[in-house]
Design a protein around this ligand. Sequence first.
Ligand code: PEP
Ligand code: MN
Length: 293
Amino acid sequence: MAVLDPVVRRPHHPAAEAPPAKTYRLASRAGHPADTVVRVGNARFGGGFFAVIAGPCAVESRQQVLEAAHAVREAGAAVLRGGAYKPRTSPYEFQGLGEAALELLALAREETGLPVVTEVMDSEDVALVARYADMLQIGARSMSSFRLLQKVASAGKPVLLKRGYQASIREWLLSAEYLLAAGNSEVVLCERGMRTTDSEFTRNALDLTAIALAHLETHLPVIADPSHGTGRADLVPTMSCAAVAAGADGLLLEVHPDPARALCDGKQSLTPAAFQALCRRLPAYLELEGKRG
Ligand code: PEP
Ligand code: MN
């Protein structure tokens, strides 16, 4: 006779012993109390280590990316960013230079020594992007592209996982779980702002609570992206410091040599001078938090 579950009176099945499907058991701090430290080149995220990722939203030209790369390295960035494949709202907007951008990022790495992170939007591009990049970025719009997550996880590179702009914290952590379950534990979470009722003054609202909460729930490092998180360069320095106070293990910042002429996200991009000023402001906040930058 079948054994009945005493609570729901259904036949007992071995799957009943498996963790509930909505549990991020590998990402959870409960099963792994120590902070995970993720390394990208010489940069370290988590476990008391803090690093800044900076660079243009999109790679536009050789001169633009090299100028940005040298400027951010001199100011103290540890990782260079730059989009090769851009997830644009309109198909008529600049879509990125594709492989040519990847080659320029590799050149910038050679010149500056900075490791590079860039977004991969499509499963078909994973192998190509992984040949050039030191870290693969999953964008906010792709956070729930589960097959892409699985493919990216198996590329053998650290992953920067952005939170969808309407995703719950649980959904975000479950997307991280997809990466961990596929065998990749080098995952850095990135809070990049939520869509709110205000679109007049800000593009998004950086969810500082999510940064603090994610640290309670998971051992994975959590960084903040105040560039997309606010949409305004004049708010980026303040929200960067606020993110450090909320426990961020790093920052992702858009920096462009000439924001007014940027092909993508110019309004939220810092000039090299503004980036340098912010990098001088951060150490006092890091010291308060006991972080090494
Ligand atoms: C980006 O980092 O340039 C980007 C497109 O970010 P998000 O996916 O957070 O919008
Ligand atoms: Mn951008």
